[in-house]
Design a protein around this ligand. Sequence first.
Ligand SMILES: Cc1cc2nc3c(=O)[nH]c(=O)nc-3n(C[C@H](O)[C@H](O)[C@H](O)COP(=O)(O)O)c2cc1C
Length: 385
Amino acid sequence: MNCADVGDLRLLARRRLPRFLFEYVDGGAFAEQTMRRNVDDLQGIAVRQRILKDVSDINLGTELLGDAAAMPVALAPVGLAGLYARRGEVQAARAAEAAGAPFCMSTVAGCSMEEVRGAVQRPFWFQLYMIRDRGFMHALLDRAEAAGITNLFLTVDLPVSSTRYRDIRTGLAGGRGALASIGRMLEVMRHPAWAFDVGVMGRPHALGNVAGVMPPGTGLFGFFEWVARNYDPSVTWNDIAWLRERWRGRLVLKGVLEPEDAQAAVAAGADGIVVSNHGGRQLDGAPSTISALPAVADAVAGRATVLMDSGIRSGLDVLRALALGADGVMVGRAWAYALAAQGGPGVTRMLEILRQEMKVAMALLGETDVRKLGREILVNRGTLP
Ligand SMILES: Cc1cc2nc3c(=O)[nH]c(=O)nc-3n(C[C@H](O)[C@H](O)[C@H](O)COP(=O)(O)O)c2cc1C
């Protein structure tokens, strides 16, 4: 199938992945209301068609956290990407670099940061989960520094992992019984192309960044229990002060939805924030990020970089977010689907789709520079329906 949009990549991913993995990527928390709102609210924002404004030369390039970006789009940290395609993070980071899009690596990536660093020319961004063992955190930060990483994203919307019903139903979370393992084995057998690509060619299967604190043989199905035991739910602003002191590079807090938290982040020395609800995977019932963005951007008032994620499925969505105050966006599922569908070339295709969609939309909006977009491109200045 020729993939025309991100939705097509999702359909291919659904065919290619065992069900327990596809549902892990595709699903959200509880009733998935926030997950749906993210997409629906973005798509509900009408834009203004303008005419006769020389749009022969359109600039999509910008700068995000000190890095040049060919378009205002970065790849969000997505855990376990090494299971979507062989050496998934290496493939995605290479595709992102070639397209001029920053790549943010997850703490719980399949590959290690050193492996990915060896596969690309320039340092990427790194996302951190605070793990209870602070000795290990120090060592991880040392490794990040040694890998030349300058932009560190601390995820703050996951003091505990939320409940995702789909993962319970597929047996990914908590399915330890014999029946559950037989079910999973059958799923793997039904997807031989994936089993060969990831299971055989994608070895080894350890989580490269955290292998040092994970008991050997934890495996995919022990992973979620490990998370529950090892992620630190006691983190407060005091730990941000500790990290700010410890980390010399740029620090970004990912998972901010409230203006007062954004202000506190700036006061704590954050260089940026990501307005995010984790793609609707954490607090179900929280507002969509696009509806939270304007007030948060106002509260930051240019003192830090404002990125937004959750729900971005098209180039037009990117422009909607920029118009409402984001400096750039991150995409999560879009690249996870693409990687699962077609490996690195899928990620290249996804980024090309977004670029083309942005270019066409810019021309029809009568705009030529993404760095100058504001609410004037939105009907009623972007008031949500
Ligand atoms: C399968 C999956 C795994 C994720 N893993 C992480 C992670 O390890 N660290 C993190 O900060 N966010 C993680 N996220 C959240 C993304 O970084 C991002 O906030 C979210 O996917 C954005 O929403 P979108 O998928 O609608 O673009 C994950 C998201 C998905 C879909």
